[in-house]
Write a protein that binds this ligand. Structure first.
Ligand SMILES: Cc1ncc(COP(=O)(O)O)c(C=O)c1O
Length: 345
């Protein structure tokens, strides 16, 4: 195993032993190749550079308390990539190829899989893009599928479950109505760089996007879903422009297992005043408690018209903590994986 400062990995790109590559050429996927060369060569006319034909996934492998390696729900990521690729009219790797390449990537880079007990994991990043040269605006004939991985700690760099603040992005949208928000397209993310920079510059950890058509309903954070707790109910937005989060889906099942009610429905912004706990959830952030959300006329304005508060800045809500412990427990092999979510490697 490599020697890294496992307690301070942050969430950043790091080259490991190898990446795994397959190409879709002449209607078929090539046998996956393993290479230590991260410097892939592409034609300057490659479709991805000009027309952003690209989608990606993110999932995690964990070294458990029992020393076994668990990959969390790779079948779900495989299917989501197929749905993203279908929207782009691109060939997607079949589910088994996707899973096999993720497994191979973890095995080949096992030296980088963090030990149990550091709240760290091996983040696996499958990436699919149109790689043939073209000038016409149409979907690519050839694609490249690469799986890479990096050891990561918490997304924000703060200890797990450290509450943070958020602000609403009233004058920016993450996705258009009837657009691409429900797919994990690379092109969804670049437009959020600027509003995130503005929000981070003002000290906010997260940025909350509203439904782009009416700006009256909650959609999601820039790279994570929104979940709230109200009495014994788990509330999460139902919206066509939200990415179907695998973490959120798993947490909803856990909430049901705990005997809670789960409501996936339209969430008006004003309902923020009624929630006792609010979190961002996703593979990278797991559950990140949000203790306040500012609503401002524009992201650039410095005075909020309203501040919604949930719990206290120093402590995660009790229900959120229970959900966090359960999902992390399953991933670490500390709790029973009653729904068979982990693929044992
Ligand atoms: C926009 C967006 N929403 C939600 C999520 C969380 O999804 P998941 O739980 O599948 O990681 C992500 C991260 O993948 C994301 O980028």
């Amino acid at each position: 195993m490599v020697q890294l400062d496992w307690s301070n990995l942050a969430f950043k790109a790091r080259e490991t032993n190898v990446i795994v590559i397959s190409r879709y050429i002449d209607g078929a996927w090539t046998k996956p190749e393993v290479t230590s060369d991260y410097g892939i060569v592409l034609n300057a006319y490659a479709c991805v550079f000009h027309y952003a034909a690209s989608c990606f996934e993110g999932l995690k492998a964990f070294r458990g308390v029992d020393g076994k390696v668990r990959l969390f729900r790779p079948d779900e990521n495989a299917r989501r990539m197929q749905s993203s690729a279908a929207f782009l009219d691109m060939a997607a790797p079949p589910e088994q190829l996707f899973i096999d390449m993720c497994v191979q990537c973890v095995h080949e880079n096992i030296d980088y899989l963090p030990p149990y007990g550091y709240n760290a994991s091996l983040y696996v990043r499958p990436l699919l893009f149109g790689s043939n040269p073209q000038l016409g605006v149409h979907s690519p004939a050839e694609s490249t599928f690469i799986v890479m991985c990096a050891p990561v700690g918490t997304y924000s760099g703060a200890a797990g479950l450290t509450p943070g603040t958020a602000t609403i992005a009233r004058n920016y949208d993450r996705a258009a109505p009837n657009g691409t928000g429900c797919y994990k397209l690379s092109a969804n993310y670049a437009p959020s760089f600027h509003p995130y920079n503005v929000a981070h510059g003002q000290g906010y950890r997260e940025l909350l996007f509203l439904d782009p058509a009416t700006k009256t309903k909650i959609d999601e954070f820039g790279s994570s879903n929104f979940l709230a707790i109200k009495d014994n109910t788990y509330v999460t937005p139902l919206s066509g422009s939200v990415l179907p989060s695998i973490t959120n889906k798993s947490l909803q099942q856990m909430a049901l297992d705990f005997g809670m009610k789960v409501e996936k429905r339209v969430v008006p912004v004003e309902e923020l005043a009624e929630f006792s706990e609010v979190n961002a959830c996703g593979t990278a952030v797991v559950i990140t408690p949000i203790y306040s959300i500012d609503d401002k006329p524009t992201l650039e304005s410095t005075t909020p018209t309203l501040t919604y508060r949930f719990g206290t800045p120093d402590k995660c809500g009790a229900v959120s903590e229970k959900l966090y412990k359960r999902i992390r427990g399953i991933q670490d092999g500390v709790e029973d994986d009653t729904h068979n979510w982990c693929l044992m490697l």
